[in-house]
Design a binder for this molecule. Structure first.
Ligand code: PSV
Ligand code: MN
Length: 429
């Protein structure tokens, strides 16, 4: 169903275009006074891309309950249709990151064609050895790649290698590995041996990577292993990536750190050693909350992008991090939340482009802490909304994606064609 065709989006834009033109001109004038050409920034905003997680278009939940909404996608083909709606409106999400076996199909060429017809491609593929599947021979209850049983480890390794195969068929070039392995009680696991088993399993997966592929190692400090998660922090992740080789890098999920950790500093370290795989963007207040990007701590996200733009400007060799969203929606419409997050991530990138880096360098050299901080704050406080809206408008997207999406009444009009399937859960939980 083509509910958000270009002419519909153009009609939505008609009403807002005159006001946007005025706001854009006013911001352009302000930036010009600082020696910044707004059109250069808008072109860079338009080139910015962040991938959407296939699992994000379903309603998530908590471990207590899930409250699905109408017209939830029931399979990966329908998930892609929702991702296409997001891309049509925001124009900065042209790729989808699939998760297996949730997104397993019989015919990957057909899936790739379906995506291409919707204007979408695929980004990093994700393996899942943190759940048991109905027909699975051996359980992951006590771990997967690090399990004490060689047979379980082999099963988990085989699944990761299968994921590489699916990804090749889809045109992806990276495998993201996040495992929930670890211990819930002190003494439950031998801390050294568990990590050794991880490295041994990962070595087999690494050796199966095609020449132009990377493996992204994703860490998380706790959950479901509440005492000793095997890949619990960026230190462990980067040590493993270094041991495995050039194709292995560390992926930073913003919700996977202890409170108050300086994530932008971790990013700077990973950049320095050529080990930054990319990001799972989301936000959190307490833990791995999977809230929309920037909903709690937008300044932290800006500071992360400050490091990324700095690396871009320094021309760091091999610097090409993957930008991916990873979030779960309990009370919002997933399409709306993903659009919000994509725009927020893009916003922080654009704000970081506005940082007066020559001035910042000078303040840092002079140890002028106050003015250095104010230089960052000045860029962070700039309202770059007209740049984002103009970049979308020029690309055929919506000036106001949420308003246009709501005007299309997508869910209501699709509800009859997508009745819920008994026992089906398209979100994370
Ligand atoms: C784990 O919490 C995680 O962040 C990993 O990226 C998973 O693949 C994803 O969430 C979905 O459960
Ligand atoms: Mn993640």
């Amino acid at each position: 169903m083509n509910l958000l065709a270009p002419d519909f989006i153009a009609t939505c834009n008609d009403a807002q275009a005159p006001m946007l033109a005025r706001d854009y001109a006013a911001l352009g004038e302000r930036l010009a006074r600082e020696g910044i050409d707004i059109d250069v920034i808008t072109r860079r905003a338009a080139a910015f891309e962040v991938a959407v997680p296939s699992w994000g278009v379903g309603t998530g939940g908590t471990r207590f309950a899930r409250f699905p909404g109408p017209a939830e996608p029931r399979n990966v083909f329908e998930k892609l249709e929702d991702c296409a709606v997001i891309q049509r409106l925001v124009r900065c999400t042209p790729r989808v990151s699939p998760h297996f076996p949730w997104d397993c199909v019989d015919d990957y060429a057909a899936l790739r064609e379906h995506a291409a017809a919707l204007g979408l491609g695929f980004d990093a593929v994700n393996s899942n050895t943190f759940q048991d599947q109905p027909a699975q021979a051996l359980s992951y209850k006590f771990g997967s790649l690090t399990h004490t049983s060689a047979a379980v480890r082999e099963q988990a390794v085989a699944h990761n290698i299968d994921c590489i195969g699916y990804g090749r068929a889809l045109g992806a070039r990276a495998l993201t590995v996040w495992i929930g392995d670890g211990g819930n009680f002190p003494g439950q696991q031998h801390l050294v041996r568990a990590l050794e088993r991880y490295l041994e399993s990962m070595r087999v997966i690494y050796d199966a990577l095609p020449a132009d592929w990377q493996v992204f190692i994703e860490h998380k400090c706790y959950e479901p292993a509440f005492y000793s998660t095997v890949i619990q922090d960026w230190g462990t992740s980067v040590l493993c990536a270094m041991e495995l080789g050039d194709k292995a890098r560390s992926l930073v999920d913003l919700g996977h750190h202890a409170p108050n950790v300086n994530i932008e500093m971790i990013v700077a370290r990973l950049i320095r050693f050529g080990k930054l795989a990319g990001f799972h963007f989301n936000d959190s207040k307490y833990g791995d909350d999977d809230l929309d990007s920037g909903s709690i701590n937008p300044y932290q996200l800006f500071l992360v992008f400050n490091e990324l733009v700095d690396a871009e400007r320094r021309g760091v060799s091999g610097f090409a991090p993957a930008y991916l969203l990873d979030q779960s929606h309990n009370v919002t419409d997933p399409i709306e939340s993903l659009m919000n997050s994509a725009a927020t991530v893009q916003r922080c990138y654009v704000q970081a482009l506005l940082v007066d880096r020559a001035a910042l360098d000078g303040y840092q050299d002079d140890n002028d802490a106050l003015m250095a901080g104010n230089t960052l704050k000045r860029a962070f406080h700039a309202d770059v909304s007209p740049i984002l809206a103009e970049a979308r408008r020029r690309a055929g997207g919506a000036i106001d994606p949420i308003a246009c999406y709501r005007a299309a009444r997508y869910r209501e009009r699709l509800a009859a064609a997508r009745p819920p399937l008994a026992g089906h859960r398209s979100g994370i939980v």
